[in-house]
Design a binder for this molecule. Sequence first.
Ligand SMILES: [Zn+2]
Length: 410
Amino acid sequence: VAVGREEIGQRSETVRRANLSAIVRELHARGPQTRSALVNRTGLTRSAIRGLIGELAAAGLVSEASPQRLGTPGRPSPLVSLDPDSASVLAIEISVDSLAVAIVGLGGVVIELTRVDRPRGDASVNEVVGVVAKLTRDARSRRRSSRRLIGVGAAIVGVVRRTDGMVSIAPNLGWRNVPLGARLSDALGLSLPVSIANDADLGALAEHRRGAAVGVDDLVFISGEVGVGGGLLVDGKPLDGIAGYAGELGHMSINPNGAECRCGSVGCWETEIGEDVLLRLAGHPDDLGLRGVDEVLRAASENDPVALAAIDHVGHWLGLGIASLINLLNPRLVVLGGRFARLHPYVGPVVEAELDRRALAAPRDLVRVVPSTLGVDAPLLGAAELAFEPLLADPALWLGRRDLMERASA
Ligand SMILES: [Zn+2]
């Protein structure tokens, strides 16, 4: 089959765009690198790298520092860095106990981050969206340099349809069928795309890119406060299901004789391992939040039998659920996020013992259970990554559009 000149042209344009994407992704995920390191990492030729870096530099996305000699033979290679101010995103997190807003620059540099407490319980959508809009205005007025916003990402403790940011249910906020994408767009008044996803899915993304799971492509991330969520990565790709609803680990039906769940079912995983269960079993009001968890951990460190028994209960049920997840998914790593990261030193041995008892030996031998390294900010940082995705996927679309970014966010 003869290939026309035009078709070859289209192909080479596709290749160019894919190569630009490979370079920007490398720099975004791993930080500044020499040109020769980029040659090694991307498999592109030296001259291709030089040309593509030139394009990115002309658009202001990257800069090159003077050549570095790194003890390797040959000519020293210039160090290539992304400019965090060349493109930034607005990241938002709506969780049970707090609201957070961050401005994050290209390369994952946190330029500005504010988190405010909110009272637990049902929340008015108007109020939440209003607080988020105010935090955003404040953050942007403090950071004039972050005018080149290219997108908005939001993490929410709920079940979200990715295509339009429709929150079908957020049981711990009392929300059903809230068109959060549209509401945030209106309130923020920015003519920018708003992407919304489940907080645990975004926690998994952040831990994979910058936290405990860098380089791990098969991952179970379990986030927990009152609600328990999960983010699953299979072969490097998020397991979203057909509409983005997958990974609702907290609502795995696990105890036929269990308690009623906020989702309407009975005996869901979060009714055995949720923060409120821990607090209640330890003899505290179940809405004491993080302070209560601190108190339980302190008591446990002094060998208080009630606190230890409460932690033991959570560890037992945590291990039971994780064993099933290991048998189902054969992951390399299970990352305990949210409150579970703080409980890990105490629940770790119980969880391991349950895995020894219950998981199949072969996948159990291959998996490790570790605490999150990004802590409470994992979902927020994941929301930033979500908002960067269009730029990372096709940087060519953004070249020469500096003016558009600024106008969009003026
Ligand atoms: Zn449930």
